[in-house]
Structure formats: C-alpha cells, structure tokens
Ligand binder design. Sequence first.
Ligand code: NAD
Ligand code: 0WE
Length: 257
Amino acid sequence: MGLLDGKRGIVFGVANKRSIAWAIAQALSGAGMRLAFTYQGERLKENVEELAATLPGSLVYPCDVSSDGEVAAVFASVGRDLERLDTLVHSVGFARREDLEGTFVTTEREGFRVAHDVSAYSLVGLTRAALPLLERSDGPSVLAMTYLGSERVAAGYNVMGVAKASLEAAVRYLAADLGPRGIRVNAISAGPVNTLAARGIRGFTDMLKHHADRAPLRRNVELREIGDTALFLASRMASGITGEVIYVDCGYRIMAV
Ligand code: NAD
Ligand code: 0WE
C-alpha cells in the first residue's frame, strides 16, 4: 500500500534522467501515483517517452509552457485521459545564457521577460489551467522548484534569482487564492544539483564544492532527497502545509560564518 495509491499527477520539466523532475516522478510513482509527463519541443520527445515507459501507466504530451495554446491543449488531453489531477509538479526554468553570466545590471527587457515568463508566470498559467481537474481531487497540491538565489545574491544567477523571487511570491498568492478550495501550493528550494540546466553554467563545479564545504551536512543534496520531499508535500502527511518554501539544501541556508 503506497502513500499515493490511486492518485494521479502531472510533471512538467523532465529533460533527462538527471532532471529534478525525474527524481520527483520516481518518488511519486514509487508511492503509487500514476503520472502524465510533458516535454518541451520535439528534441526531448524520445528522451521523455523512454523514461516515462519505465513507470507503469504513464502518459506523455508535448507542452512549451510559454504557449497558452499548448498549455490549454495538454490539460484538455489530461482531462480526457486521467479525468482528475491530485498533484501538479512545476520543475521548469529558463533564462538566456547571456543573462546567466556576468552582471545583472546588463539584463535587457527581452531577457528579463523570457526568464519571468518561463520560470514564474508559467506556474500561474499551469495552475489555472489545471484547476478544473485539481478540484476533482480530495487532496490536491501544486509543487514548484526554486533556489536560494531568489533571496540572496548568487553570483551569475542574476535574472533567474529575480524570477525565482517572483515564483516564490506566486506560490504564496496562489496558496491564498486556492486554499479555500482545498488546494495546497508549495515550493522546494533545493541546493545545487548537477543537472543539464546546471552543467552548462561556468564555475558550477566550484560552486558544488563551496556548498558541500559549508553546509552543516558537509555534502550536496541528492536527487532522491528532493524526490522524497516532493512525495511528502504531495501526500496527506503535508495536508496542513501551504504557501511554504521548504529547503532541501543540507542546511546551507542557516549558516552565516
Ligand atoms: P533540467 O534542465 O533537467 O530541467 C529544466 C526543465 O525546464 C527542462 O526539462 C526543460 O525542458 C524545461 N523547460 C525550459 N523551458 C521550458 C519551456 N518553455 N516549456 C517547457 N519546459 C521548459 O534542470 P533542473 O536542474 O532539473 O531544473 C528543474 C527546476 O529545478 C528548475 O526550476 C530549476 O530552476 C530548479 N532548481 C535547480 C537546481 C539545480 O542546481 N539544478 C537547484 C534548485 C532549483
Ligand atoms: O535554476 C537554475 C538554473 C536554471 C537555468 C539554467 C540554464 C542553463 C542553460 C536557467 N536557464 C538556463 N539557460 C541556459 O541557456 N539553478 C538553480 C542552477 C544554477 O544555475 C546557476 C546557479 C545555480 C545553482 C547560475 C549561476 C549561479 C548559480
């Protein structure tokens, strides 16, 4: 008997087997949840289909979260195929490469817009489109991924930090709006993980070492630990938690000197 037996969820943000979204999917599926996945663009289709095929009963749809049409289409399909949603996982983020190096002050209007559209607004758009399906659940929840760069300056994180601040505020406003309908909305703030999105970043290996050296647990976070926290937040165990940001960072954030 799994904690999530009979539950149904949708996961946005799987690119490959190292994706945080995939770690979350494995944890949710392992607890009995049936999952739908979306992929961004044909390039990732095969990858996501291969991974999804390893989990029983899973479904796969295309969805670029910056397209209102694709967002509407995916929830029309999910409504047809799953009829209900208990959990929505948002594990999506993007900024132009040139905005993730150098200084923040050089961020142009279009780079700022793209980062906020894909990384923050998409949570609002996806959650709204999912509402009719979430309202059919007896314990619905929404989960987003964030990073400490939203509240402290992480060199180079730049416009993504500003977009994550917006995402975290959106978590609180959505939680307030949807709480009366029983829908919980939370975020996990993960320490740095060596994913596809991270590997392209200059100096990331040094950052991982810095983090492991300073964190109370003296190591970096494991994908399994992020998945397990997502499982907790999606389950009845977390039925009293909404609007929160939970840190899964080996304690890094509590340290001063
Ligand atoms: P990842 O590259 O595996 O995942 C990012 C995903 O975003 C990809 O699947 C990509 O396809 C998707 N995406 C980007 N633009 C999209 C669009 N327009 N439409 C649909 N999907 C789009 O990297 P990850 O590290 O697993 O990132 C997942 C989440 O975790 C992100 O929100 C990221 O900010 C957050 N996060 C990452 C770390 C880290 O160190 N890796 C730490 C904390 C938080
Ligand atoms: O949210 C992220 C990174 C998300 C990301 C990654 C890329 C790389 C490729 C968003 N957009 C892009 N665009 C690309 O073209 N993280 C939390 C990981 C991360 O990125 C950093 C970090 C950390 C941690 C960048 C600078 C400093 C720290």
